[in-house]
Design a protein around this ligand. Sequence first.
Ligand code: PGA
Ligand code: ZN
Length: 398
Amino acid sequence: MTTVADVRLRRVLDSRGNPTVEADVLTESGAFGRAAAPSGASTGAHEAIELPPAEAIAKAREHAVPRLTGVDAADQRSVDRALAAADGTDDFSGIGANAAVALSMAAAKAGAAALGTPLYQHLGGTFRGDGFPVPLGNVIGGGEHAADATDIQEFLAVPSGAPSVSDAVFANARVHEVVGELLAERDVPAGKGDEGAWAPSVGDGEAFELLAEATDRVSDEVGFHVGTGVDVAAAELHEDDAYQYTNRVRLRAEQIDYVVDLVEEYDLEYVEDPLDEEDFDGYADLTDRVGDRTLICGDDLFVTDVDRIQRGIDAGAGNSVLIKPNQIGTLSAAFDAVELARENAYAPVVSHRSGETEDATIAHLAVATDAPFVKTGAVGGERTAKLNELIRIEDDAL
Ligand code: PGA
Ligand code: ZN
């Protein structure tokens, strides 16, 4: 019934207009699952390897499809073991992490469909309604996601007081809208970056002001607290042992002081990748200083990898882990990362990539793992695909 009978792979468009890998998995009973790999722009040096989509597809057809055929799609561990065996490397450079993650997610969907179970339940979750993943909404940004914009990659709305997913999602969209109005009032022209955030040519200081004003206004409007956060994506700024901002250079110690000041001045509730992806000790210092009042989340630092997360735990580096399935290649490996984080009181944050498709698997993954946060933008079709899926899951479950 749930046995994999057929697998197809193709190139489709992602949100940047680049090709990416899409997979279809069909079971013997005719159940069907489809998923597509996302793709990063500010990728971590230690991520699993993405191959050019045409090459990933060719390799996966040769090595993975024969091994997947006959596997039980409802047994995700078996599916993901078959993918790892087909790949034969420790970084998915054999078939490409992009092919692997598309196949892993498509098989999960086929397994869920064959069992007649919603994906979030199939992956182990129940939506309890008392705790839901709070969506982090990217409303202003630059870095690798937009030219001539902020140095810090993402300025985030954090609707931590929202009574429901749906209230939180609409609050973030409203913050995005208010930021647009504030920019217009200031006569600052702004297009949008890769994730749909405004990408004005302003300094980080002005972006913090805009974010604070917009979140305060929206908090008053909606009647619950909408806080703020950032993804510094500091590895992209790090060069020659220092952080290269547009108008100044910050040495490592200055960068740590700067982030401490930002947390205090703007009451940041969430800080992702504040330091370079190799600086476990710097993360530990920063976590000592502000970890009791904010989340210090490792994205490029941890790359969803249990070995790197364990190294962080041992060093006291950070208190939160970003979870991106395509950084590690399979849903099972992403689950293991969530588990390790949770056992050590690190908050898991399930995340999209800057290059996305209409695939909404991460919405189910966030609910399935009971993650306290999910980061998947605020507006734009490939972002709303996930946000609307969260709203549907909430509606389905309450
Ligand atoms: P990326 O950015 O998908 O371009 O890596 C997202 C992030 O840094 O969180
Ligand atoms: Zn990041």
